[in-house]
Design a protein around this ligand. Sequence first.
Ligand SMILES: [Zn+2]
Ligand SMILES: [Zn+2]
Length: 329
Amino acid sequence: MNFEVFVLGTSGMMPLPGRYLTSAMLRREGELFLFDCGEGTQVSLKQLNLKWKKINRIFISHMHADHVTGLPGILMLSAQVDRDEPLYIYGPKKLEQYIESSRKILDMYINYEIIFVEVEAGIIIDEIDYTVEAIKLDHTKLCFGYIFKEKSRPGEFHPEKAIELGIKMGPNFGRLQKGQSIINDKGETVTPDMVMGEPRRGRIFSYVTDTQYITTIAPKVANSDLLLCEGMFEEGLEETAREKKHMTVTQAATIAKDANVKTFGLLHYSPRYSDFELRALRSQARKVYPGTILTKDRMIFEIPNDEGNVIITKEKTYKPRFERIIVSS
Ligand SMILES: [Zn+2]
Ligand SMILES: [Zn+2]
């Protein structure tokens, strides 16, 4: 089952050429989950050539313009395909008003059902094979981070062991795999753990922006396969970060280290830093979490099943060409 995270934008506050506003998309078994939606999100989706018009669920961290202004466009263009399934949108209460007023004022044609869910900290989705948890962050506005967690899957079934223990091939194999115990012909009980391997742990993706450094984040995002976390400022600007309720890259890396995450990517960079300058911020973060990745727009993280290593790819840099026409008088 595929589990890929597409970084759609990495900028904080304002979009820059080549750096759209912070947003990410998780694609898992054909389902699409969008995290935040600033202006420019659609452009990245288009550049990645993703069939995104059937996004299943959208999670908004908070009601600041750099995280929501791309939403009306996404809702409008999503109406260009037929869909029976509703679109679920999760976020703070004001998000509902924003969606409703945009719909009205912009006369948006929407041919599908939108189900808004007001977020409170805790498990907000509990499906058969995954959960999504919202965690409260500490920003200038009510703000949530999101943790997408697959449930662990049963271990591998060993039919030869079952046969050895006197279970005949047939429906009892299925029962054992579903967790039921079986009595064999000798009247002995065969339990699932006697014929199954260790349960296989599910994958975890955590998305954390915007927030000041708080110690409650690390335990929540513990053991994530991928943590995407804001790192707005350089080391030494802790005071500025605290005032603006953001983090330095060192603070973000501390969370990654304390949480023992497998892969850690920074995003939501301050527009004051050029791409070149960001490399210095990466070096600062790497003193704390050596594998720190400076995410770039349209970077793709592929998280394989069963403890495989995360594969990172970067879409070829998109270089727009400009033409200058001089109108002669
Ligand atoms: Zn922001
Ligand atoms: Zn913000």
